[in-house]
Structures are given as structure tokens and as C-alpha cells.
Design a protein around this ligand. Structure first.
Ligand code: SF4
Length: 260
């Protein structure tokens, strides 16, 4: 039997709320059910694209000014990459103004860090494990490890992601080619931009060997079995991740209120 392909987001969905995975399949076959993307997700994607364009310059050795990056952000602001409309909470123009300010703050911050030398941007890696293929796209690899861009509303929510996401485990494992010891030695840093305060925080992490072993020996096999056997997809009992910010099928579920 073919091994399933697992990405960090899929493993996380299976662990947090398997219903997201089941409904994701239903929604994929029913275009009429595709709802809205959250403003936070849209904002995060645009921030990511903007700062990525800046580092493309460092990677390929040409100069990208802050104005170039901000012009690109403005020009692309109304483009929906996947065609899914955004559920705006503010006006699109006021959210753009916030995004411009945050990108500018970030660029001012990284200008003082010329030691960040990109080796690759948006690098997709796939490795084979006993039960599944593991795949991920790394925002940026540098000579000092892996770098991932994040936006968050508050410092606390950024800290929460940095402390509890399995992303550093998955990405260091991918970068190491599946070698747990090597993965535990690869630095993984979040560059987190806070929307409420316009501050930038780096969160440096190392995946512990014990956690990488849990990922390889327990989480990947369990997730692979759920995918292979098509469930059972258990909804999260506390509805903790029920919001348009966290759940990709919020419009089709609304915390279990819609049954599809
Ligand atoms: S809205 Fe809540 S229960 Fe429904 S799929 Fe999303 S996280 Fe799960």
C-alpha cells in the first residue's frame, strides 16, 4: 500500500481535531462550501511574501530596498492567491496600513542582522519514514539553521505557538534527512512580528531528541494509520481550536454546529 504524505499541518489537525481532516475532504469535493479565509491568515501570508522578497535579494546578491518591498506589498494586497475571499474584520485599507507598518518594522530590525545569510527560500523537502512520507516547505534555511516567519496578535499568542507547535520537530527532522541526533542539533528560529505592538521577537528552539522520537515513533504512525483507514476522525472535545483563525473548515463546521 502507498504510504501517505504527511505535513506538519496535517499531523497537527489530526491531533487537535480530526474533524478538520474529514470535513476538509468533504469541502474539497463541494466548491459551494468553500467559505472565507480569516483576515489573520491573509495578513500572515502577505507579510510572509513581502519579507521573503527582501531575502530573495540577499540570497541572489541584488539589492532590494524597503520601498521595493512595500510597493510589492501594496500592489499584491488585493490579489487572492487561492481565490478564497477574506472575512475582513477591519477595512482592507486599514489592515494594509497595519501590514505596511509591521513589514517596515521587521525590515528595520533585520537590517541590523547582516549575519543572516539565506541558503534557500521556500525549500520543499520530503523524506521517507517507516509508515509515511514526511514533507514540508521551509520558509528559509540559513547558514545558522532554519528560519520561519510568523505574525501573531500578541506576544502571548506568539509564545504559545513557539512553545507548543510541532513545526520545529518536523522541519529539523526534514532538514536532517531523518536523522534524529542531527535534527536535535539544528537551530530553528521563529521571527515573530506582533500585530498589536509592532514588535519583533526571535524565538530560538532546538527539538529535543525525546520529542523527535515521539514524532517518529508515535505521532507519524498514528497519523498515517488514520489517513490510511480514513478515520475515525475525532472532533476536539473542548472545541479549543474552533475559530476562523485556527480551523481551515470553520465555515463548514462552526464548532460542530453544522453537520456535513
Ligand atoms: S470548527 Fe472546531 S470542531 Fe469543527 S472542524 Fe474546526 S476545530 Fe474541529
Amino acid at each position: 500500500m502507498d504510504k501517505p504524505v504527511l505535513r506538519q499541518s496535517l499531523i497537527t489537525s489530526l491531533l487537535n481535531c480530526g474533524e478538520q481532516v474529514r470535513l476538509g475532504k468533504v469541502v474539497a469535493s463541494r466548491p459551494d462550501l468553500i467559505g472565507h479565509k480569516s483576515e489573520a491568515l491573509f495578513y500572515g501570508t502577505k507579510f510572509h511574501r513581502a519579507v521573503e522578497s527582501y531575502f530573495q535579494g540577499r540570497l541572489y546578491g541584488y539589492s532590494v530596498s524597503h520601498d521595493d518591498v512595500l510597493d510589492g506589498l501594496r500592489q499584491s494586497w488585493h490579489i487572492l492567491e487561492d481565490g478564497v475571499p477574506v472575512r475582513w474584520q477591519g477595512s482592507p485599507e486599514s489592515v494594509l496600513a497595519s501590514a505596511e507598518k509591521l513589514v517596515k518594522r521587521y525590515l528595520d530590525w533585520v537590517d541590523f542582522q547582516p549575519q543572516i545569510i539565506p541558503l534557500a527560500i521556500e525549500k520543499t523537502i520530503r523524506i521517507e519514514t517507516e509508515y509515511a512520507w514526511l514533507e514540508g516547505t521551509l520558509d528559509m534555511t540559513t547558514k545558522d539553521g532554519i528560519l520561519d516567519w510568523k505574525t501573531a496578535s500578541t506576544y502571548e499568542s506568539a509564545r504559545d505557538v513557539a512553545d507548543h507547535s510541532i513545526q520545529s520537530w518536523v522541519y529539523t527532522l526534514l532538514e536532517s534527512g531523518g536523522d534524529i541526533k542531527l535534527a536535535s542539533e539544528i537551530p530553528f528560529v521563529y521571527h515573530t512580528a506582533i500585530k498589536q505592538t509592532y514588535q519583533i521577537y526571535p524565538f530560538l528552539k532546538y527539538a529535543r531528541k525525546e520529542d523527535l522520537e515521539i514524532l517518529v515513533n508515535r505521532m507519524i504512525p498514528a497519523a498515517a494509520r488514520l489517513i490510511r483507514e480514513d478515520g475515525p476522525y475525532t472532533p476536539n472535545p473542548l472545541f479549543r481550536f474552533c475559530s476562523s483563525n485556527f480551523c481551515s473548515v470553520w465555515d463548514a463546521c462552526r464548532g460542530g454546529k453544522i453537520k456535513l
